[in-house]
Design a protein around this ligand. Structure first.
Ligand code: MOS
Length: 734
């Protein structure tokens, strides 16, 4: 990994993960790791049909099995309410009636003394169904269709007239399969009650949101619920909602009158916590012979659940990536008997930009224009939909520096024209965009006589390095070495933080941590300023700088008057000072935020066997200020690995007749592993974004966007074969 020179303070030091030692020694406690006295275990029973009613549910044998404490079904489960207030809170509550709406729906939960007893008893629960003919096909005429459920359909100009006027039109249909988030950590919940107080350890990307969902389900005030998630073993979006199993863990603990642990099996991870919905996308791209885009029509279709409302837009990237006067972007959801899909890394854009960027490549090929040149000719200098300026945009530099690093000029345009020994070599590229979200956030900071600052917020770190980056922000704002910052997160007793999602947490939480630390510094300065004995007497926070635990006056004689934090506390007889900070996206800026990248892939294809290897990859990313060169590059590398999986391997297959998932194991659902991944070269370009005081955008999702089309376009260049359906397997290629 290399980064561009840090001339403008764009790229911060590559600090090691502060939580690394606790993770490698096993000290870090993930949700399933919390050991509690008297802990009972819950195992889920899932429906084996996709639609209908439970006619009979025989639980007697399970109830009589050794160690069993409770068997909870729709017949004996307490009534639960659904949280109002948005998709983030979760699906309708489980076990409320006898209806089945998808294969793998939870129909019972068995609680026993040990995990083995619960698992054995769960197998004794017998369900008979009055099965109905399930809706499983996007084309099923019986299925309800929902237009623009995300509210993000977009149109401008006159797309039909534009397509008619165009000199060249590329029209093609692209498809992507179900992909399952599959974080390494199995999702787990441990729940216990103390009277009417509920505590839950959970694999969540937003403890505050899980608290709201649980409080609503059980009719409790939020103050009666505490959710903890100091460590989460990955999520990729699966932890953005409070899924039924979390509610069931709490329910089981209440019914059993004991703490209960519920850990999903790998197979249950395919049915219980969402997945990226499959897509069918129809693209029509019209242009002049010079390559100037005239019209883009992009229609996406994907399933959603029968009784839940997940909806994403497949055309958000299409709407903004190019300066094209006539455009229509529409996404339609079709209600089927499927488990509810959810956000998965780069939701909407990852599949949507795949279709768009493959179509652009088809256009480039048709026109005989270099793919990078085609994109530069249609560069959107301002936001093409709102005509407002970008808060910052360095996509041009992404194209230029990415192409330079990759050696794009070595590409000979003709497909099948490049070889390495007996392998066909292909170069492909794609643009990437992600509409990151910076939500309001709060943090608190305090500093005591030990000289350590404790900074807290109820956020999560599902892997990107939030502990580390927030430690850096606090350290640099307070002028303390990183070892003297203790950053804590993942507990709803802390100030509220948004979801770690939508690529927005670093912007939101970093700004809140910055604000809290800034106000803490100010509190110290004000305390000292009032005191004639202090070297800082009469100073305000603008007059000082902080380094090595010492606040000094700027522009003063040498040596500058200075005083340490701890000396100020000691003189005033105080144990500590603390301050709160809050952040929100700037609203006074007349500009559109957006994060951009350009991705370049080299593939080698075995012409006889159709085997594809990604042999080189360059990602050039405009992410605003990069706070930690190392963790940020790791984010881009991780997203690229996910993109390689998306391009070549990942596909959740279900039986078209029953909806049963056929490959719900890591042996059958293939993700990219080390042997599939080449060296990935990451370049950060751009400038600090004025949208927040720390200048950051959010790079978590743009990391995967554009990877699959760059690879698909490289496969076309290598072989002359245009594969419009992911994953691009040897079977499809030959
Ligand atoms: Mo991301 S799919 O918002 O966790």
């Amino acid at each position: 990994m290399t980064t561009t020179a840090d001339t403008a303070g764009l790229v911060g030091a590559g600090a090691d993960r502060v939580d690394g030692p606790s993770k490698v020694t096993g000290a870090a406690q993930y949700p399933a790791d919390f050991g509690l006295e008297n802990l009972a275990h819950a195992v889920l029973v899932q429906s084996t049909v996709a639609a209908g009613r439970i006619r009979r549910l025989a639980t007697e044998r399970a109830e009589a099995a050794p160690g069993v404490l409770a068997v909870i079904t729709h017949r004996n489960a307490p009534r639960l309410a659904r949280a109002q207030g948005g998709l983030g809170l979760g699906p309708p509550p489980p076990l409320q009636d006898d209806r089945v709406v998808h294969h793998g729906q939870h129909i019972a939960v068995v609680v026993a003394q040990t995990l083995e007893q619960a698992a054995a008893a769960a197998r004794l629960v017998q369900a008979d169904y009055e099965a109905a003919e399930p809706l499983l096909d996007l084309d099923d005429p019986r299925a309800e269709r929902v237009e623009n459920a995300s509210g993000r359909d977009v149109s401008r100009g006159d797309v039909a007239a534009g397509l008619t006027a165009a000199e060249v039109v590329v029209a093609a249909t692209y498809t992507t399969p179900v992909q399952t988030n599959n974080p390494l950590g199995l999702f787990a919940s441990i729940a216990y009650w103390d009277g009417d107080l509920l505590t839950v350890h959970d694999s969540t990307q937003g403890p505050v949101f899980t608290r709201a969902a649980l409080a609503a389900a059980f009719g409790l005030p939020e103050t009666a619920v505490r959710v903890l998630a100091p460590f989460v073993g990955g999520a990729f979006g699966a932890g953005l909602r409070t899924w039924p199993h979390v509610v069931l863990a709490a329910l089981a603990a209440r019914v059993a009158g004991r703490p209960v642990k519920l850990v999903l099996s790998r197979a249950q991870m395919f049915t219980s916590v969402g997945y990226r919905p499959p897509t069918v996308q129809h693209l029509k791209v019209g242009a002049r012979r010079t390559g100037e885009l005239v019209a883009i029509d992009h229609e996406g279709i994907e399933p959603t659940a029968l009784e839940d409302d997940f909806a994403e837009s497949l055309t958000r990237g299409t709407a903004v990536l190019y300066d094209c006067p006539n455009l229509s972007g529409r996404t339609r959801q079709v209600r089927l008997n499927v488990a509810c899909p959810t956000w998965m890394r780069g939701p909407g854009e990852a599949p949507g930009v795949f279709a768009l960027e493959c179509a652009l490549d088809e256009l480039a090929s048709e026109l005989g224009i270099d793919p990078v040149e085609l994109r530069l000719r249609n560069y959107a200098e301002i936001h093409p939909q709102t005509s407002r300026p970008w808060s910052s945009k360095a996509l041009r530099a992404c194209y230029e520096q990415g192409a330079e690093r990759f050696g794009w000029t070595r590409r000979t345009p003709e497909p099948r024209s490049m070889r390495h020994g007996r392998f066909l070599v292909g170069y492909g590229m794609a643009s990437a965009y992600y509409g990151y979200v910076q939500a309001p956030c709060q943090a608190t900071a305090s500093l005591g006589l030990d000289g350590v600052a404790v900074v807290r917020s109820a956020a999560t770190d599902i892997g990107p390095g939030t502990y580390t980056v927030m430690t850096q922000v606090a350290a640099s704002t307070l002028g303390l070495p990183m070892e003297r910052i203790r950053f804590e997160l993942g507990d709803t007793t802390m100030p509220p933080a948004p979801l770690q999602g939508g690529s927005g947490l670093t912007a939101a939480l970093g700004s809140a941590v910055h604000a809290a630390c800034r106000r803490l510094l100010q509190a110290f300065v004000e305390l000292a300023a009032d005191n004639p004995q202090s070297p800082l007497h009469g100073c305000s926070v603008q007059d000082v700088t902080a380094a090595d635990g010492r606040i000094s006056v700027v522009h003063a004689a040498s040596p500058a008057p200075a005083e340490t934090y701890t000396a100020i506390l000691a003189r005033h007889g105080l144990a500590e000072l603390s301050a709160d900070g809050a952040s929100a996206r700037r609203t006074d800026l007349d500009a559109e935020p957006g994060i951009f990248a350009a991705k370049f892939a080299e593939v080698q294809v075995d012409p006889d066997l159709g085997l594809i290897r990604v042999t080189r990859f360059v990602a050039a990313v405009d992410g605003g200020r990069i706070l930690n060169a190392k963790t940020a590059a790791s984010q881009i590398i991780g997203g690229t690995v996910g993109g390689i999986g998306m391009a070549l391997l990942e596909e959740t297959v279900s039986d078209p007749g029953t909806g049963r998932i056929a490959n719900a194991t890591f042996g059958d659902y293939l993700v990219a592993v080390n042997a599939d991944v080449p060296d990935i070269d990451v370049i950060f370009v751009g400038e600090p974004d004025p949208i927040n005081p720390i200048g950051v955008k959010g790079i978590g999702e743009v990391a995967i966007v554009g990877v699959a089309p760059a690879i698909a376009n490289a496969v076309f260049h290598a072989t002359g074969r245009r594969i419009r359906s992911l994953p691009i397997t040897a079977e499809r290629l030959l």
